[in-house]
Design a protein around this ligand. Structure first.
Ligand SMILES: Nc1ncnc2c1ncn2[C@@H]1O[C@H](COP(=O)(O)OP(=O)(O)OP(=O)(O)O)[C@@H](O)[C@H]1O
Ligand SMILES: [Mg+2]
Length: 462
């Protein structure tokens, strides 16, 4: 029940108002003395305090101040004689919710109180919504407020409810493994095994046995029977990372596993049936791999049923500042520097950078900076060289430019300067230069021509 404190020295008024408030279902405490009211405010909490301005003991303004310094968010309504309206307005500036001038109908006061409760409810709703939004920026350890990442979160939620196989696409360092973890954590198989295997990290000769196991004597060195990852994952989930790197012969075997949910160990003929959910990831475009004959078409279509595309960081720049804050916090406290902060120019440089290595590159940069920066503030020199690029002084450009063309000239000059610097760093290697600049080699080639760089055709690392 909502609690109202009424402070009014005029007896008939006090009794009348208390009665009408009670009849509306409020719990009412009514006192005649200002000091007594202040005492109550210090010991109990109220949703609304209705107080007269002129009171024995203490006046309405003092009551108001007492409410404001108590920790609850009560609304204060001031009752005032007509001659006191000026003081009442002052009281509103001090934080009173409203005032009401005598004489008035008790219903008028009820309306003001109801309006207050409605407004407070809206404010609470707003706070709740804001908190909810903040929560959405975190999803199972994955940070991202951008529409692109929100879409990824929606897809994770949707596929986690199913038992189907999923494929996660995304450039290196975009967080594919985090997405796989989230799918597993939210799925019905969360209490069953979760086995990870990176197809690109295991030599081709060993990969088949790693995945499917082998019988004793299957090959030289196979001194005993060994279970493969698929068998270890029985009942649970397997994460096949970099599936685009699976050699063609194993692609055929994988296709059979997907279709029949069974396989034989290397050197064996016993058929092993498995109940495993497969989550795939790849930083390659399987479509391109398929088109160039490096990936089986039938397998490609099999895998591509439930795709999740994690966008590169440069396509969701609004996430960069969130990630910086997140990594500063977590890495800072890990390294015993919980109050580490970042200087404006260093932050600006991080916000401007293109991140060809995506979130991993950002995380490593913050890690390095936190580790090597002396003091509590990360400054520009603490950042990796490629991120230290200074943007042209835009303010300066706006001040003394006399037209659009001069801005374009300056941007061009800046671009030329930047390319020259990176070329110097990479010793003229175009592939590396393009990567550092975060552009395709085609774009770099065009820019080199545009800016009249003369590079020997054969000096590249192609
Ligand atoms: N959205 C994110 N929020 C928080 N940390 C992230 C996010 N994305 C990536 N990371 C962190 O960046 C690093 C790289 O992420 P992850 O290993 O999942 O990328 P990946 O896409 O699997 O890369 P690769 O293709 O190179 O294997 C990890 O340390 C991970 O914790
Ligand atoms: Mg990975």
């Amino acid at each position: 029940m909502k609690k109202i404190l009424l402070i009014e020295d005029e007896r008939s008024m006090r009794l009348g108002l208390a009665h009408s408030l009670k009849s509306q279902g409020y719990s009412v405490k009514a006192v005649a003395d200002g000091a007594e009211g202040i005492h109550l405010i210090g010991t109990e909490s109220f949703d609304v305090v209705v107080t007269d301005l002129k009171l024995p003991g203490a006046n309405g303004i003092e009551v108001l101040k007492a409410v404001k310094s108590a920790s609850f968010d009560a609304g204060v309504m001031i009752i005032t004689a007509f001659a006191d309206v000026k003081t009442a307005v002052e009281a509103m500036k001090e934080g009173a919710y409203d005032y009401i001038a005598k004489p008035f109908d008790p219903d008028e006061l009820l309306i003001v109180i109801e309006r207050f409760f409605k407004q407070r409810e809206l404010e609470h709703e707003n706070i709740r919504l804001r908190e909810e939004i903040r929560e959405c920026k975190h999803f199972e350890q994955i940070i991202g407020a951008s529409p692109g990442m929100q879409l990824v979160f929606d897809k994770i939620r949707a596929v986690a409810k199913t038992d189907s196989d999923v494929i996660i696409y995304g450039e290196s360092g975009t967080g594919k493994e985090l997405v796989a973890n989230a799918i597993y954590n939210l799925s019905a198989r969360r209490d069953k095994p979760f086995v990870k295997i990176n197809c690109a990290a295991i030599p081709e000769a060993l990969l088949e046995s790693e995945l499917f196991g082998h019988e004793k004597g299957a090959f030289t060195g196979a001194v005993q029977r060994r279970k493969g990852k698929f068998e270890v994952a029985q009942g649970g989930t397997i994460f096949l990372d970099e599936v685009g790197d699976l050699p063609i012969p194993l692609q055929a075997k994988l296709l059979r596993v997907i279709e029949n949910r069974s396989f034989e160990r290397l050197g064996g003929n016993e058929s092993i049936t498995i109940d495993v959910r497969i989550v795939y990831a790849t930083s390659k475009s399987l479509k391109k791999e398929e088109e160039t004959g490096k990936f089986r078409r039938d397998l490609y279509y099999r895998l591509n049923v439930l795709p999740i595309q994690v966008p590169p960081l440069r396509e969701r720049r609004e996430d960069i500042s969130l990630l910086i804050r997140h990594f500063l916090g977590s890495i800072g406290s890990n390294q015993g520097k919980p109050d580490i902060s970042i200087a404006p120019d260093a932050l600006e440089a991080l916000l401007q950078y293109d991140y060809p290595g995506n979130v991993r590159e950002l995380k490593h940069a913050v890690e390095m900076a936190v580790t090597f920066c002396p003091g509590k503030v990360i400054t520009l020199p603490c950042l990796p060289a490629e991120m230290r690029v200074q943007m042209p002084d835009l303010e300066h450009i706006q001040k003394d430019s006399c037209g659009e063309s001069s801005v374009i000239e300056r941007v061009k000059a800046y671009e030329r300067d930047l390319i020259a610097r990176v070329l110097e760093e990479t010793g003229g290697r175009k592939k590396e230069t393009a990567k550092k600049l975060g552009v395709s080699r085609g774009t770099l080639w065009r820019k080199l021509k545009e800016h009249g760089f003369t590079l020997p055709e054969s000096d590249t690392d192609e």
